[in-house]
Design a protein. Sequence first.
Length: 253
Amino acid sequence: MAKRRDYQPIYDNTYQRQRRHFWWVVGLFLICVIVGGLGWWQWQAYQRRQLSNYPIQGVMINQDSGYLDFQQLANREKFVYLQATSGATYTDDAYGDNFSRSQGADIAVGVVHTFSFTSSAEQQYRHFRATVKEDSGTLPIMVAVAYYGKYNNDNHQMATQGQKLKMLVQKLTQHYPQGVIILATHQVLDQFVHPVLPALHYWVADGRLTGQGAQVKFIEYDANGTMTQNAQSHAVERAVFNGDRRTWQNFIH
């Protein structure tokens, strides 16, 4: 009589295969996490080394940043820029309160206007003055410029827009003593800003922390930064002054 073969249930083989596949996926996931974590740590270390070359660091804030304690802010940062206006009608909801509270802190303060391609220079200037009045801080007024919609280097009307920007800067410079600085990416600076305002100081929005020329006074290195105050996280844009402490003192006086 032939010996009976001992058959294993088919579902047991399937279970073993699924189990091996599960642990293979888990192992691959853990490897990815470890490699990703090491890459992130190395990038953070590199960023810290680069930042150590820039002793003057600061932030730009707006209504999305929430309520910030400027005394605490001044313990870590040397400057803060406050979003004030955009175009001919928009005003940042937190600007007035932020500016008032910033005045009691030992920190350099600047204000920001975002340039609009669809409003005239006069309209934007009047809106800025009506909002800011004489509370413009001590740092150069920042005019932020960015392409949007049809307003880019492919638009043949951009030369006219450049003259509008130049006129706005002239109006602000004539009224406010601290002057104006332009915030933009390298592309926008090269294509749009520099042809009409070649001698102005710039704030590079997509800048590397190395190799910037003397005309670049500020470098944004983290547009989606955060800071923590009283266990609350606040959205900020992080930047550095492109110079040492002595250059900074000359710049703000």
